[in-house]
Write a protein that binds this ligand. Structure first.
Ligand code: PLP
Length: 377
């Protein structure tokens, strides 16, 4: 039996997305910029797809820009936001638990003289809106705070934080990395009140190589790439129409079945959080996660990398997240202040609409067998 409980890393592409991509690559492969009828048909299809993605985000099609992935979107949002606020100031607020797609571009800006405040989470992995309020300065130009943490599954109070920021100074731009939250937790960009929001297709059963950047209407930003006039001049490069078709099909599927998918993932996660500690001696729950698809557990004394490899040998895929790098716990688990033995034994378990109870049972059995056959470190 093949067990895949790593849906936060990437997801199996759904049949609807595969079919939509195949059709686009074969029957409707025109370049949307071409002036002939075949190109114009591709352009029309592209706009139909944009409208579906806009519906999923709760925004207008003009606010949707297709990118290559979440990493590109995060980098673009951060670069463009600081460029936008350059005359006002050089202070950025973010959190210590962001994905490296946010941490790294901000670190690069810090190296060029920007001042950065990094908010720390509490033991549950949540950022306090009061800490954000206290960090705001006259020269703050950008706040970047993720919606759902990719290792913990915790939901950050983005809407509340965006309200605090806008009440302090409406010119400060608010970006959220919603790569793990999009369609997993219900939201619209208007409810969140953010200026910029980043999405990645491969987390929602579309293929890799497609992302979406939401840019609030009226906000004039500069492009990351320079080239042709695609995406209203803001994201040049011939549009990846097959991936866009697939993304739109995956969005449609989540819009039609999201409530059922979320309930299914939530109940599987509850089952895992009940079964794993009961069946695997010494196993601890690190965070139950607020999002329905992610939780983290630990087998203290058993290094994550060893566990991931031993489980993989038995056909079971879970993740250590970035749980340990060269003998150190990840920045996220380090930020929680967990004991080192717990932090080093963390496993991230993540679910999708196709996950089953049998997969959770197989994971519990395999972990229990590893636990009894090896002495912990
Ligand atoms: N942000 C978060 C929270 C993620 O989990 C990921 C991917 O794991 C990314 C950004 C990067 O997205 P992509 O893989 O599409 O570049």
């Amino acid at each position: 039996m093949f067990v895949y409980l790593d849906h936060a890393a990437t997801t199996p592409v759904c049949a609807e997305a595969t079919q939509a991509a195949l059709e686009e690559m074969t029957a409707a492969f025109g370049n949307p910029s071409a002036r002939h009828a075949f190109g114009q048909q591709a352009a029309q299809r592209l706009e139909e797809r944009r409208a579906v993605v806009a519906e999923a985000l709760g925004c207008t099609p003009e606010e949707v820009f297709f990118t290559s992935c979440g990493t590109e979107g995060d980098n673009w949002a951060i670069q463009a936001a600081v460029e936008h606020g350059r005359r006002r100031g050089r202070h950025i607020i973010t959190t210590v638990i962001e994905h490296s797609a946010v941490l790294e571009p901000i670190k690069a800006l810090e190296g060029k003289g920007w001042s950065v405040t990094r908010l720390k989470p509490n033991r549950q992995g949540r950022i306090s809106p009061e800490d954000l309020r206290a960090a705001l300065r006259e020269d703050t130009v950008l706040v970047s705070m993720m919606l759902v943490n990719n290792e913990l599954g915790t939901l950050q109070p983005v809407a509340e934080c965006a309200r605090i920021v806008k009440a302090y100074a409406p010119e400060i731009l608010f970006h959220t990395d919603a790569v793990q939250g999009f369609l997993k937790v219900p939201f619209t960009v208007k409810e969140l009140g953010v200026d910029l929001l980043t999405v990645s297709g491969h987390k929602i059963r579309a293929p890799k190589g497609i992302g979406v950047q939401y840019i609030r209407s009226g906000l004039k930003l500069s492009p990351l790439l320079r080239g042709g006039g695609q995406e209203r001049g803001l994201r040049p490069g011939t549009e990846p129409t097959a991936q866009i078709a697939a993304l739109s099909a995956a969005c449609r599927l989540w819009m039609d079945h999201g409530a059922e998918y979320r309930a299914h993932m939530e109940s599987l996660k509850a089952y895992a959080l009940e079964q794993l500690p009961a069946r695997v001696e010494g196993l601890e729950i690190v965070t139950p996660g607020d999002a329905p698809h992610i939780c983290s557990v630990s087998l203290p004394g058993y290094p994550s990398e060893m566990l991931v490899r031993a489980l993989s040998d038995q056909g079971i895929c879970v993740s250590s997240g970035s749980a340990c790098h060269k003998g150190k716990p990840s920045h996220v688990f380090a930020a929680l202040g967990l004991p080192k033995r717990t932090a080093m034994g963390v496993l991230r378990i993540s679910f999708g609409p196709t996950s089953t109870r049998d997969e959770v049972d197989a994971l519990a059995d395999a972990l229990s067998a590893i636990r009894s056959s090896r002495v912990g470190a």
